[in-house]
Design a protein around this ligand. Sequence first.
Ligand code: CU
Length: 131
Amino acid sequence: MRKMIIVSLLFGLTIVLSACGGSAPMQEITSSNKAVNIVVTSDPSPAMMGDVQLLLTITDKDGNSIEGAAVNVAADHTDMSGMGMNGLATDQGGGKYSIKANFNESGNWMLTVKVAKDTLDYKEDIEFKIQ
Ligand SMILES: [Cu+2]
């Protein structure tokens, strides 16, 4: 009988952990906005806990690359507070920008991407899942 209780406790814990870890992996997140489009891909893909290289492909509403912009990427763990990080992405040319981030926890993260160039000042929140 005591064994049964332990087993069910463990089972309950597993459910909680997997709820935190999220469900389906996301390989590519495409934002659907008018002025600026941001496509985020990751290495590894799907993104896992630890060091992740994020590659952002940024285009305007006509699909043209936005080159030479200042791109700031902030990441926040949606389920908790005080776990944020942010930095400037490196311009790779051709409207591609990369930044390395260390995700120390799985689950739902929110990327806040700011794109600034000339008169353009754009900000978008993109949901990002870490396995
Ligand atoms: Cu956290």
